[in-house]
Write a protein that binds this ligand. Structure first.
Ligand code: TYC
Length: 101
């Protein structure tokens, strides 16, 4: 059997540019019921009950909470969708987006 010849790798892998990411931020308000905020976080951002509760409480206590990062399109769509769910119920619940960097 011929010996295996191991050739050192010399090819360079071209770096693939990654799309810029956007944060989705949940803002506190005095009117939206806590349970409703949790419900929206679970539905739109696929959070489990524990995580949704934690995020809701952080926004409640600190005024705002970064809840996720996505590509711009996804971030804006989810923020709009989540804000709309509150609006339908007459709540001022608000989600905004901003570039991560
Ligand atoms: N502050 C609201 C209340 O006391 C609950 C709430 C929490 C609303 C987080 C918005 O992002 C929010 N009912």
């Amino acid at each position: 059997m011929p010996d295996t010849v191991v050739k050192p790798r010399t090819k360079t892998r071209p770096k693939t540019a990654r799309p810029p990411l956007y944060k989705v931020i949940l803002l506190n308000d005095d009117f939206t019921p806590r349970e409703f905020v949790v419900q929206v976080l679970k539905a739109v951002f696929r959070m489990n009950a524990e995580h949704a509760n934690h995020v809701m409480l952080t926004a409640h206590q600190k005024g705002a909470c970064v809840i996720a990062v996505y590509t711009r399109d996804v971030a804006e769509t989810k923020a709009k969708e989540a804000t709309e769910l509150g609006k339908e119920k007459g709540y001022p619940l608000f989600f905004t987006t901003e570039p991560e960097n």
